[in-house]
Write a protein that binds this ligand. Structure first.
Ligand code: F6P
Length: 477
């Protein structure tokens, strides 16, 4: 992959950094973020090199950078440069917690949370996008580059970069869904956001449906022209190609690592630690976000045990959740709701020797997640709405013995590829509960045939294929 950018440097931009340095018990540790996107992009940048600009959010981040605020990563075998951008508390509040996560996140996810648009937060969002643009322009010092922007934190960045250097090749990948024009209409800053994004040469989404929503939104808001043959939008003379690129995982790495000794040993230890001596382990792991359908999953578990008490003591549900965005009330509320439901389900169904739900509220390490994938004969991925969902693809990659069933929300991007997962509507508690029974009772032949097919899809459409398609497209524009 390193041959892809022979003459121009690759510049990646994201809010969340791929390595976060924190002090743990007095020692500096490099941590990986909970979300899948930064990890997916990291695999790619490691393969092709470059520089990655991100918000330095770790409490020890400043201690490990050089005089240019750069650190070489990963520490044990440096492959690229991470350039940290420092934000004040006020900037983080207005840009990250504010406009990005109180306005754009609920605007783009159909999870029935009302977006809130504050002028002050918008101004800070503009300021932070400008700050990143200035840092990139300063670093490039007039050179051309391929700039690859991640996500909804930077809707204005492509235009700012384009204005400063019209020759840059700029692509942006929007990791979350794009709403319908009807939903988008309520955004008071809609025009500025779209003008910002049309500074890109290439605008990528996970699925064609989101591309079409985007094109229709632009068409209804801006004086622009669509070339439906080429799937491009022309605004003020600038052409932007809009295309779907379904993100994926490093299939071979996950598959290989799951059978390594450390994971195998850890899965044995965890079996003891969590007392998972039960014929069925049903696992789920998410960032704790109201869009992920965790309360809905607990309600389905309750309904399942209510309707099928014969399964008591025969199954344990491990629900792992990484705390996220806890400064926002809506995230604290979903955490409280989860606690209440876990307590309720356990009180209602537990027996002398068995408790149905184990809730783990922390960011699991990669090794722990792989160990749980090994142990789980069922994995539940139940978002109310999700751009893609990487957990589904990780679980499939880890099931080398084919002995696993994936229960998957049909409102995830991955549901378009994974037709043979057990698809559910997380809002339909009875159907969801019944799917748990179907998964637990599925015969081996059926299980293996479904998993074999899901693995085949993921093996060929892996994260390198995703990145390569974006890069191939960008270099030919
Ligand atoms: O899925 C969208 C996304 O922004 C990802 O890019 C990221 O992995 C995830 O959400 C995590 O969010 P945050 O960085 O706010 O913790």
């Amino acid at each position: 992959m390193e041959d892809f950018f022979p003459n121009k440097p690759l510049v990646v931009v994201s809010n969340r950094e791929p390595y976060i340095h924190n002090r743990v018990n007095g020692q500096i540790q490099a941590m990986r973020p909970a979300g899948g996107a930064a990890n997916a992009v990291d695999s790619v940048v490691r393969a092709c090199g470059g520089i990655w600009f991100a918000h330095g959010s770790g409490d020890a981040d400043r201690e490990v950078v050089d005089k240019n605020d750069c650190v070489q990563v990963p520490e044990e075998n440096p492959e690229y440069t991470l350039k940290r951008i420092w934000l004040t508390q006020e900037e983080v509040k207005g840009y990250y917690y504010g406009f990005a996560n109180k306005a754009l996140w609920p605007l783009c996810h159909l999870a029935y949370a009302k977006p809130s648009f504050e002028e002050k937060e918008w101004r800070i969002y503009q300021k932070v996008n400008r700050k990143f643009a200035d840092a990139i322009i300063k670093y490039l010092d007039g050179r051309d580059a391929f700039v690859w922007i991640q996500d909804y934190h930077f809707a204005l960045l492509p235009r700012y970069l384009r204005e400063a250097n019209p020759n840059l090749s700029i692509a942006q990948f929007w990791h979350i869904p794009w709403p319908s024009p009807e939903q988008f209409r309520i955004c008071p800053k809609g025009e500025e956001i779209l003008q910002g994004l049309l500074g890109n040469d290439l605008m990528g989404f996970h699925i064609v449906y989101h591309c079409n929503n985007f094109i229709h939104t632009v068409n209804s808001v801006l004086e622009s022209r669509v070339d439906w043959e080429k799937n491009t939008m022309i605004f003020q003379g600038k052409e932007t190609l809009v295309r779907a690129f379904p993100i994926s995982v490093d299939f071979e790495a996950i598959s290989g690592d799951t059978d390594k000794e450390d994971v195998v040993n850890l899965s044995k230890e965890m079996k003891k630690e969590y007392r998972l001596d039960c014929p069925n382990i049903v696992f789920g792991v998410d960032r704790i976000d109201y869009s992920k359908g965790i309360p809905e999953r607990l309600m389905a578990i309750d309904r399942f045990l209510e309707s099928h008490p014969a399964f008591k003591e025969k199954v344990i549900f491990v629900v792992a959740g990484a705390p996220s965005r806890m400064k926002l009330a809506i995230y604290r509320n979903v955490n409280r709701e989860i606690d209440r439901l876990v307590e309720e389900v356990n009180q209602k169904h537990k027996t002398k020797n068995w408790c149905p739900v184990i809730f783990i509220r922390r960011t699991l390490t990669r090794t722990e997640i792989l160990a749980f994938y090994r142990l789980a004969n069922v994995c539940i991925v139940s978002p109310l709405h999700d751009g893609m969902n990487i957990v589904a693809k990780e679980y499939v990659s880890a099931k080398n013995d084919l002995n696993g069933v994936l229960i998957l929300s049909k409102f995830t991007g991955v549901a378009r590829e994974y037709k043979r997962a057990l698809q559910i509507n997380p809002f339909d508690v009875d159907q969801f509960a019944n799917s748990i029974k179907v998964a637990l009772e599925m015969d081996e032949k059926e299980k293996h045939s479904r998993m074999r097919e899901l693995r085949k899809i993921t093996r060929s459409n892996n994260v390198y294929h995703w990145a390569l398609s974006i890069m191939q497209q960008l270099v030919t524009l």
